[in-house]
Design a protein around this ligand. Structure first.
Ligand code: CTP
Ligand code: CA
Length: 228
């Protein structure tokens, strides 16, 4: 029932979006990270803001300009990101996890620069698992809250994404093939399959990340929020 034709589709909704790739320090000069640029998360933030939502964008190490009228909270590591997401999720209507979170971090962080010497031709790093932010958030999720994740896959896109939507208790997963040049990580374009909890699938064509973001926001307002 759209009585007010002038109102925007996400008016009054508070949306938390994560973007970029976490950095896991090894010593004062080095870290482990991934190829995420943050472009997809920023595009979603812009689309959500244009749709009238109150947007908080949690950024993990991006160099992109701050979108207009969006609150930006910068973080560094997966554990920083977990803390900030948990705090912001409490009174949010929607969480969209577009960030590429490091699954592991160095077991110890040296406070001095790690030196090579005449003897060590090889080196082994000990890594420990990072918390799974979506899984942690699922344990506190209220029925009215909507949680959307991404699945970055190089193979078996749909099978892997289906496993993740179940394991992480998501309302929607954006399955993203990251094996092809020109779409996905760092690219300006993307092609994704929106996968719903009931098994429905909707595949986009190859298009700009801004267009993909607009489709996600449309699905969010018309299929997920309207259902609540
Ligand atoms: N994610 C998260 N916390 C992590 C790792 C991932 O919240 N520690 C989120 C990502 O932001 C994304 C979704 O989980 O929305 C899926 O991330 P992905 O890396 O594709 O899957 P993983 O569950 O980490 O599994 P794997 O990397 O082994 O495929
Ligand atoms: Ca992962």
């Amino acid at each position: 029932q759209h009585f007010n034709s002038g109102s925007k589709e996400l008016e009054g909704k508070r949306i938390v979006i994560t973007a970029g790739g976490t950095r896991e320090p090894l010593d004062p000069v080095r870290y482990l990270t991934n190829h995420s640029s943050g472009k997809m998360g920023f595009a979603i933030a812009k689309a959500a803001q244009l749709a009238g939502a109150e947007v908080t964008l949690i950024t993990a190490n991006t160099t992109l300009p701050k979108p207009e009228s969006v609150k930006v909270l910068p973080v560094e590591t997966a554990r920083d990101l977990l803390q900030t997401v948990q705090k912001q999720f409490v009174d949010a209507d929607v969480l969209i996890m577009a960030a590429a979170v490091a699954d592991f971090r160095p077991a110890t962080v040296s406070d001095r620069k790690i030196k090579k010497n005449d003897h060590n031709e090889t080196m082994t790093l000990d890594l420990v698992r990072n918390p799974d932010i979506l899984k942690e958030v699922a344990t506190t999720k209220k029925a009215s809250q909507i949680v959307i994740g991404f699945a970055a896959e190089t193979n078996d896109l749909i099978t892997n994404a289906e496993k993740k939507i179940k394991a992480k208790h998501l309302d929607l997963i954006v399955a993203n093939d990251v094996s092809q040049k020109g779409i996905g990580f760092s690219a300006d374009n993307n092609q994704v399959t929106f996968l719903f909890a009931n098994g429905d699938q909707q595949k986009t064509s190859v298009e700009s990340k801004q267009k993909v973001a607009q489709q996600l926001i449309h699905i969010l307002s018309h299929r997920l929020i309207s259902r609540q």
